[in-house]
Ligand binder design. Sequence first.
Ligand SMILES: Cc1cc2nc3c(=O)[nH]c(=O)nc-3n(C[C@H](O)[C@H](O)[C@H](O)COP(=O)(O)OP(=O)(O)OC[C@H]3O[C@@H](n4cnc5c(N)ncnc54)[C@H](O)[C@@H]3O)c2cc1C
Length: 400
Amino acid sequence: MDAEYDVIVVGAGPAGSMAAKAVAEGKHRVLVLDKKQEIGAPKRCAEGINIEGIKALGLEPDPRWAVNDIRGAICYSPSGKTVKTEFGVMKGYVLERKIFEKHLAAEAIRKGARYMVKTNARKVLKENGFVKGVKAEYMGEELELKSRIVIAADGVDSRIARDAGIDTRNVLEDYHSGIQYEMAGLNLEEEDKLHIYFGEKIAPKGYAWIFPKGDTVANVGVGIAGRLSGDGRRAIDYLNSFIESHPEIFQNASPIEINAGGIPVGSHIKDMVDNGFMAVGDAAHQVNPIHGGGISLAMEAGMIAGEVASEALDKGDVSRESLKEYQKRWEDKFDTKLKKLLKLRSFLEKVTDKEFELFAETLSGEDIIRLSESKYKFLIGILAKKAPHMAPIAKKFLSK
Ligand SMILES: Cc1cc2nc3c(=O)[nH]c(=O)nc-3n(C[C@H](O)[C@H](O)[C@H](O)COP(=O)(O)OP(=O)(O)OC[C@H]3O[C@@H](n4cnc5c(N)ncnc54)[C@H](O)[C@@H]3O)c2cc1C
């Protein structure tokens, strides 16, 4: 193993492997470290992704990892009323992330990246105000690995970004707790749709989901605001209640996996770069604030960061100012839309069960698509007519 690299990437998730691939394509030496013994496992994810996210990265869906085609979504109100959305050409997939992440890593390796698994990065090395590599542990052995740039792709609790001096704190309301079982034996109609359940008793300020993987298997989970709800119940308590309240689906089902994780649904961190340092993906809180999805945003961030790192190395300038170009390109592409979606999240958190029932009676599938595209004007109009008490709140959060 070479002692010095151009770039060290900490974390071989979707963000890290895309960054490594872009650096290797720029003909620079890149090493990726992951503390797991197997890339992609265990997953902390419901594995939903849309085709746009895959194609934007030049990937072609492969049935080995894009295991179930998703043609639409069904949203359920607290009392069980439904709004059905058809995605049309914007279809999506449920992934097998264990295979998907290995695929992304293999692609980066084929381009020239090197990987080490079971290697825990503990600290960044600093010299003269520049990050210069990491201290890591591999099978009980302490390593000092040097590089000109470190990319932190180590997920939501990024120790490496914090150690580099980046502020990654989340206020509690902007941090959702997600927990899920992968289950087999479901009796679920419409396995080609995502099933999303709303309600204060189901998932306060969040939602419960069933993301089918086909052949009676699905990811079944709950995301709630904070670590505990107002009444002290944990996400797992809500998940178990959700399953118990739907015997028609889960009577013969059992878990084959359980996983949990935090979801940073606030906004991306203010400073994504420093001298010799970049943060990408969940480490930079680059997540859709409405549904908590972060795979495609993480991959795009990784790709942009890898390209900018390569350009900076070519110029011989890895300063904060030079690497800031990554943050600029990422914000130019995503910031406006994500900020609008954050406002929608703030609005939806004020919506009571009664109003969710009204939405289910009033909104169509196309309306749900419009909301996901951050088009809100029509909703303010509907509320002005049907729930005038909500109109000022909608105006406050949803008009510009
Ligand atoms: C319950 C749940 C459900 C979700 N469902 C979806 C969904 O359906 N669709 C979607 O798009 N998003 C979903 N997300 C979010 C999604 O999983 C993340 O946004 C995405 O994984 C971010 O990718 P990443 O590469 O930034 O980080 P991660 O995927 O978290 O990868 C980080 C990697 O860094 C490694 N690592 C961490 N610390 C170190 C260290 N010190 N040294 C070495 N390696 C280290 C980890 O082992 C890991 O491999 C969900 C999240 C949760 C918690």
